[in-house]
Write a protein that binds this ligand. Structure first.
Ligand code: ZN
Length: 149
């Protein structure tokens, strides 16, 4: 295992053991979306507040699953909290390209700690685990848009 791989593994385990933004949002108007990865049994519920300027002011999750899926949710919430819906969609796109195509983002900061999951590209059976948080976010944003219009 090279140094970068070891560092990435450490970052993944850190998010798994100390998840960021874990919990619920109970205020009225908070979006709540359950999502699961049937291939591994990972489950999560995403909670999100989007303000009138299309900014994600708060985001939390609850979940249970393998270390990759839970780290993915934690990293995702860290990356998109405070961002606009458009910026969040861009991050979803970058993360999908990294996992499915093995393409790293040009701007390394664009995905924050989620960059540490880049090695999952080679583990096809774990793609859905690493995408759990991001797929859930995509669905939540879609639902939020439908709610608006
Ligand atoms: Zn999993």
């Amino acid at each position: 295992m090279d140094n970068l791989e070891a560092l990435y593994k450490q970052i993944v385990m850190d998010h798994y053991k100390k998840p960021r933004n874990k919990g619920k949002l109970t205020d009225e108007g908070a979006l709540q979306l359950p999502y699961k990865n049937p291939t591994c049994g990972d489950v999560m519920v995403l909670y999100m507040n989007v303000d009138e300027n299309d900014r994600i002011t708060d985001i939390k999750f609850e979940g249970e699953g393998c270390s990759i899926s839970m780290a993915s949710c934690s990293m995702m919430t860290d990356v998109v909290k405070g961002k606009t819906v458009e910026e969040a969609k861009h991050a979803i796109h970058l993360f999908n390209d990294m996992i499915k195509k093995g393409e790293l983002p040009e701007d390394e900061d664009a995905l924050g700690d989620a960059l540490a999951l880049s090695g999952v590209h080679k583990l096809r059976a774990r793609h859905n685990c690493s995408l759990l948080g991001w797929n859930g976010l995509e669905k939540a944003l879609h639902q939020q848009e439908e709610h608006r219009h």
